[in-house]
Design a protein around this ligand. Sequence first.
Ligand code: PEP
Ligand code: MN
Length: 344
Amino acid sequence: MTGEKPYIVAGPCSVESREQLDEVVQALSRVPHVCVVRCGVWKPRTHPGVFEGLGEEALRWVAELKGRYAGLRFGCEVARAEHVEQALRYGMEVLWIGARTTANPFMVQEVAEAMRGSAATVMVKNAPSPDVQLWLGAVERLRQVGISDIMAVHRGFDLFKNGGYRNNPLWEVPIELRRLAPELPMLCDPSHIAGCRGPIATLSQMALNLGFDGLMIEVHPHPDKALTDAGQQITPKELEQLLERLIVPQTESSVANEQLQCLREEIDMIDEQVLQLMAARLGVAGKIAQVKKQGNLAVFQPKRWEQLLQQRRFMASGLGLDPGFVEELFEKIHAESVRVQLEK
Ligand code: PEP
Ligand code: MN
């Protein structure tokens, strides 16, 4: 890995046996940059009757082996007050609130109360829905009980369409979280975004390029045999190779800054033209509103809208633009045009 060191959390989705835990921790202790071992102890499963984690038994194994790895911290997901009490009793130093718990403010409050006075690092995964306020609200509940070492974890969103991933990365949501809470460190969990091994390296690099402070990656000594999330876990060796190849972007570079400044000035000028054209377009929409009113015509004309969309998609292709993007753009422009016309 080149550049500044990001915060790396790695470990199995679930602790499955003492041997599996020993093997993975021993291997992870030799992987540079790993500072926290994630070990799932209570697993929120979609369907009942499957492996749901080993609970206290797994915590006991972690507590026993912790002493041998002074450089590593250990963490698990907590979803109830009882989990927090047990995890802290067995010396877990990192706790995280899973996606399904973040979605429920009652549960977040209960978990936060149980953490009161603890010095643990607490990570908050985003809820499955892309609701940045819900994510931030969970962080606020932790701050209210005096937890100061808090990190957000971006694990993607479960939408109608997930763009080929298990969870849609929808990067604009964590970007908005960063704008609302610039001081809050943010990690990315490419394993739960991807849902399979292939895209993990690319997603990790994208996260660093977007300014994430670290990564949480699921690592298992024998991924194919994993009892949970088998398809997305990688081996410690694969993690090491992935981390080696990552490039951490610099925050400062004078040469790049100069070039950027020129290009940003160019972008600013183009944006000004875009806005001037938008204002002119809405001006014409206002005139159209008058004509429709005089002719007693409906503001929304479905046929015209269908034709317009098709033409814009066609124009987009000719200009090398993504037609899907251009369609979304015109949906917004059209909605504003309709709003202006209705107000006339
Ligand atoms: C996990 O980290 O194993 C997990 C259950 O993730 P999430 O809460 O993001 O679904
Ligand atoms: Mn998992």
